[in-house]
Design a protein around this ligand. Sequence first.
Ligand SMILES: Cc1ncc(COP(=O)(O)O)c(C=O)c1O
Length: 439
Amino acid sequence: MTRKPVSRLMVDFQQMKDFSENPFVVDHAEGIYLWDDQGRQYIDGLAGVFVVSVGHNNMTVIEAIMEQLHRLTFAPPLASTNPPAIQLAERISQLTPPQFNVVKFASGGSEAVEAAIKMARQYQKQTGHPEKFKVIATYGSYHGGTLGALSASGVEARRTTFEPMMGGMVHVHPPNFAHCPLRLDAGQCAISCVLQFEEVIRREGPETVAAVVVEPVMNVEGLVWPPASYFQTLREICDRHNVVLIYDEVITGFGRTGTLFYAEQAGVWPDILCTGKGMSGGYAPLAATIVSDKVADAFWGETQARVQFNAGHTFAGNPLACAAGLAVLDYFESRQLLAHVAEVGPYLGQRLESLKPHFPAITDVRGLGLWWGVEFKQDNTSGVARSDIGRRIERAARERGLVVRGAPDMVSFGPPLIITREQIDEMVERLALAISDVL
Ligand SMILES: Cc1ncc(COP(=O)(O)O)c(C=O)c1O
């Protein structure tokens, strides 16, 4: 077969054939806008994929990277580190509660979660519990594409092709009140879901369970998050059974939900916090596993004790990525970006809510910070299949110059955190046109 240049790319999650027939090739970008190779303009309503927190072509970040490019682009990872990595770890520990003093950098969210799982297992071995290896996660979660992170994930569609998954992974129901299999109300659903962790720990044998990993706000499951009481109880259960609590804040970290980390809103911090995506604003691959002293102390010892973390990746914590991470934090502070998110986030919610009277197919609008979703019911009149409506609106939105995330029954937004009220109006207008096109 002869291939067009674009069909040489194996694109993520999409059929190459479909993609190559109508390829979306982004050529350049500025602020919240993208332009494709045909010169068409789009609003980047998803910040790449929750990544471009400080907007495209952000000069604060670009200049910091340029300066770093001339100074040092790579330091021998097996034998050394570099000043931006040291400074970024320091900044992160200042921005988190006092028990977080150690950071393991990575190049993506999957690596960060993978490191957290390995760390939890090694921690248990090094603190006298070598039989503790199981990890409990929730159905509907996505923790990444590498086999360990994917095994922790509970999204069937992403797992089955690669089965069998890694052993020792156990799943419980996610706190998705709208789809509670027991038909409980929200409060009861949260309690019943969180108590499943204890039940599973008990039935699996507490002496075998190393860690629990949760996405505090679930994405693939459909933008759902439990009340603070869920996290309090989860923390107590983990403490009771000596289980390491891991939060996957790969999306929620770095301001997406209005606080630097969602743990602040949950009111409960984990033992290990994984983050990525918005951390470098998309200017370089960067993620992190942020480790509390309780866990990190088990990795500190004499050479002969051989308690160091036995893992690493070539590009993790490289100077360019860490320089980008530092510049993103500088930008957050100088522009008071979290305060901005607190102001414009609810405005985006109101604007989306205002679509409801025009489109009775909208069943719910929910979100927090600058992460919002619009949920649809099946529209019998237009004959749109229930599982297709979100994806059809996603495609229609693209035609209308808006990039959003379509999922079955849902369209979600996570625009750059710099978005203004006027740009929100523009984004919601384009969405309304796309919904009209489909319904
Ligand atoms: C919650 C969550 N965790 C982990 C990952 C994996 O991150 P990455 O794709 O950077 O490896 C993702 C990616 O979408 C994610 O949404």
